[in-house]
Design a binder for this molecule. Structure first.
Ligand code: GTP
Ligand code: MG
Length: 345
């Protein structure tokens, strides 16, 4: 995996915060080796490629891990063709490799932590929301997922010395619940100039899951010249859930979601940024999706998230956040409040 040194933002350079550290005039370009496409596989012409894409297989890794029978079924191909495609994908897919623990530690040293400015939440997370990570916030309607998204978007623009990233935020809004007025309130809550904060939060409304996925490419395109430090998808799963209904669509939905999460994670890695996604819990106890307190998205999302926070309401307008899944922190809970000025202890 290519490592990349921490990007210095234009602002850092202009403010000349650290005069001892010379900012390079030209950033070395990320070495981009184009990933092979499914059309590059032996025996895959345009018609087969289209069938594969329609079935949700749009990259080699997704094909490499399939069994011939399942692939033949899902993409409506002959089993012999499927076998050949899988063999080709295994050879050409970038399966990744092993790197030394030392190299990983080096990369971990670049990790930054975004403060929620709520002590109990930061403590729960070992200091804040980490970059190079995908954080999933899930909970029932009104549990405060969107409030966390708004608050962290504001905090991301705070200077590093105040627990922020002095960064730009991309916000993908799938439910039309982004409110600039709320950003204004929260910015004032931190004594920030609301207009300045709003100018650093770039919002797009996603109309369906395909559009939502395309918007990630748009972030890559738009991010030049910006100090992208946070990407929010609120909600990650609502379109997928509404569009892919029933067992028959499940595999397809999960493949698309997987692709989307991979793209988001890549943005987190390349920019040393934080990705925050929100997710709902199963709302109908009798639904085929199962347990009403479990997040939707299944194993695909469970594996992609680095941290999972489960939000719920408590008595007296208080909120409880439970850390459910973390690679290096104990599970635990904290209590906080949502106020007019934002999240508070
Ligand atoms: P869904 O998107 O419907 O699944 O819910 P959500 O988890 O995103 O909930 P959201 O973050 O929208 O939380 C809404 C709740 O936040 C409201 O019911 C209020 O309790 C609280 N809230 C929102 N704005 C304010 C505010 O200005 N002041 C206060 N005190 N509370 C607020
Ligand atoms: Mg919401």
């Amino acid at each position: 995996m290519p490592t990349k040194s921490k990007k210095k933002s234009k602002l850092d350079v202009e403010n000349n915060e650290d005069p001892t550290e010379e900012a390079p005039l030209v950033m070395p370009e990320e070495e981009e080796v184009p990933e092979p496409l499914i059309e590059d596989l032996p025996g895959v012409g345009p018609a087969t490629a289209e069938k594969l894409r329609e079935a949700g297989f749009d990259d080699l890794l997704a094909l490499a891990v399939m069994s011939p029978g399942d692939l033949a079924d899902q993409a409506e191909l002959g089993e012999a063709v499927a076998t050949k495609i899988i063999a080709g994908a295994k050879k050409m897919a970038n399966i990744g490799g092993f790197v030394s623990g030392g190299a990983l530690l080096e990369r971990r040293r670049e990790v930054l932590k975004l403060s929620s400015k709520v002590e109990s939440i930061d403590d729960l997370l070992g200091g804040g929301f980490e970059t190079q990570a995908l954080v999933e916030v899930y909970g029932a309607f009104g549990s405060g997922k969107t409030q966390i998204g708004h608050q962290l978007a504001v905090n991301c623009t705070l200077p590093m010395s105040e627990g922020g990233f002095d960064g730009d935020v991309f916000y993908i809004d799938t439910e039309d619940t982004f409110r600039p007025e709320r950003i204004t309130q929260m910015a004032r809550g931190h004594g920030l100039d609301p207009d300045q904060v709003l100018s650093r939060i770039h919002v797009a409304r996603a109309y369906n899951s395909a559009h939502q996925m395309l918007l990630v490419d748009e972030i890559k395109r738009m991010s030049k010249g910006l100090n992208v430090k946070m990407i929010i998808v609120d909600s990650l799963t609502s379109h997928f859930r509404a569009e892919f209904i029933g067992r028959g669509m499940l595999a397809n939905r999960q493949q698309k979601l997987n692709r989307h999460l991979k793209d988001l994670k890549q943005l987190a890695d390349v920019n040393n940024a934080l990705v925050l996604v929100t997710n709902q819990v199963h709302s109908k106890p009798d639904a085929m999706w199962g347990d009403p307190t479990k997040p939707i998205g299944g194993h695909v999302l469970a594996h992609a998230s680095t941290f999972r926070l489960y939000l719920r309401k408590a008595k007296g307008g208080r909120r409880i956040a439970r850390l459910v899944d973390s690679p290096n922190l104990p599970d635990g809970e904290c209590v906080y409040q949502v106020t007019q000025e934002g999240l508070r202890d």
